[in-house]
Ligand binder design. Structure first.
Ligand code: HOZ
Length: 436
């Protein structure tokens, strides 16, 4: 009630006014490009608060949120246990630039859940994690080349900003200016789910340090691996003396407690993590066998460092999140509710005569506005972006916040109850009807 009264007092279109102000000071008015709504048109919402499955904008409108801060909020927003713990920890100091016990505890949780990780180094973002993983792979193999997949996004480090997904795909940018051609030439790209293309590249190059892959792609929308694809990558990398890097920044503790590598039964050499392991605070991590990770400074010569790495706030939010995810019912329940949502969306779209393909792995999903299966960047890119934009805005009008781009995954949290899922489906029915 109080919230409604406060909302009523707010001036309308505060988001639009803040956006105009932000554009004077921040490139595009945003601190990360996809947020600018260029993929869907219109003005981005400025968010005032978030709670459970909801976000509330500065104009007092509340939305069911399927962005979930792009993945970390698997417990829902402002989880009371996390908020209380953060308050207590913050009172004891937010960063020491020196070791603390919480770093060990989070490392213990991660290594227990992901057997391929025996040692882990904390960083502050997914970009740092993948960038450092590549340096490690290049350092130990003494090779420079990488294989990455078209439409996969591994953060904005130079070597990885080649045929990248996410914001790069959303904005339709060619490979970014500022990345030296001499560096980009070391990154070889092939279509996702095309093991033969990977095999061919290995036949042509004997100096490949690593293959880096999002085992379930989230950054061209959700695209699952086809049967045997990841296993073939494992075999090919091992045969050719290259390392397999699984970028599980999005999938780690999301598609299963042990990540996509547990779900698809593969053992990468290096795993990159982020998002969920920070419980909504800035975090990243990379890890692998002890033998491999001992090459990192100070035990080895490969250098990587960070002032805020392992800070007690991020470690606390991550620890609570990972401990809560130990509850065996969590992933089964996420699966059940996500299936309910995605099956519902598919049938509602079909009833409305709108052609969609909904891809889903666990609580990660995307509805593409296309009729053919989406298995790689080429097929994702056939999706009707204009129609997605219309659907996005129709859902926004109905009180549901989806990713402002066709080429991003959506996420269900444990705060998305059955009632919330039903409300979303009712909204979708109205939104699809509005489209037709
Ligand atoms: N590229 C990020 C998702 N794949 C977007 C991050 C953000 O805008 O916050």
């Amino acid at each position: 009630m109080l919230e409604q009264m406060v909302s009523a007092e707010k001036e309308p279109n505060k988001s639009a006014r803040l956006f105009a102000r932000a554009q004077e000071l921040i490139p595009g008015g945003v601190n990360s490009p996809v947020r600018a709504f260029r993929g869907v048109g219109g003005t981005p919402l400025f968010i005032e608060s978030a709670q459970g499955p909801f976000i509330t904008d500065v104009d007092g409108r509340r939305y069911i949120d399927y962005v979930g801060s792009w993945g970390p909020m698997i417990l829902g927003h402002a989880d009371p246990e996390i908020v209380a713990a953060l308050q207590a920890v913050a009172a004891k100091g937010t960063s020491f630039g020196a070791p603390n016990q919480l770093e060990i505890e989070l490392a213990e949780e991660i290594t227990a859940a992901v057997p391929s990780i025996e040692m882990v180094r904390m960083v502050n973002s997914g970009t740092e994690a993948t960038m450092s993983a590549i340096r490690l792979a290049r350092g130990v193999t003494s090779r420079d080349k990488l294989i990455k997949f078209e439409g996969c996004y591994h953060g904005h480090a130079d070597s990885l900003l080649v045929k990248a997904g996410s914001g790069v795909a959303t904005l339709g940018l060619p490979d970014s200016p500022g990345v030296p051609a001499s560096l980009a030439q070391h990154t070889l790209t092939v279509p996702f789910n095309d093991a033969t293309a990977v095999e061919d590249v290995f036949k042509q190059h004997d100096d490949i340090a690593a293959v880096i892959v999002e085992p379930v792609v989230g950054n061209m929308g959700c695209v699952p691996p086809q049967e045997g694809f990841l296993q073939t990558l494992r075999v090919l990398t091992a045969q050719n003396g290259a390392l397999l890097i699984c970028d599980e920044v999005m999938t780690g503790f999301r598609v299963a407690r042990g990540g996509a590598q547990a779900l698809y039964d593969i053992t990468p050499d290096i795993t990159c993590l982020g998002k969920i392991i920070g419980g909504g605070l800035p975090v990243g991590a990379y890890g692998g066998s002890r033998e491999l990770m001992r090459n990192i400074a100070p035990t080895g010569p490969i250098y990587q460092a960070g002032t805020l790495s392992g800070n007690p706030l991020a470690m606390t939010a991550g620890l609570i999140t990972l401990r809560r995810l130990k509850d065996e019912t969590v992933y089964a329940e996420l699966e059940r509710r996500s299936a309910q949502l995605c099956d519902g969306l598919s049938s509602i779209a079909a009833d409305a005569g709108v052609k969609t393909i909904t891809n889903r792995v666990g609580s990660m999903w995307t509805s593409f506005f296309t009729e053919a299966p989406v298995t790689n960047w080429e097929t994702a890119n056939r999706s009707d972006r204009e129609l997605y934009g219309k659907f996005f805005h129709a859902m926004l009008d109905e009180g549901v916040y989806l990713a402002p781009s066709q080429f991003e995954a959506a996420f269900v949290s444990i705060a998305h109850t059955e009632e919330i899922i039903q409300q979303t489906l009712t909204a979708a029915r109205n939104a699809f009807q509005a489209l037709t």
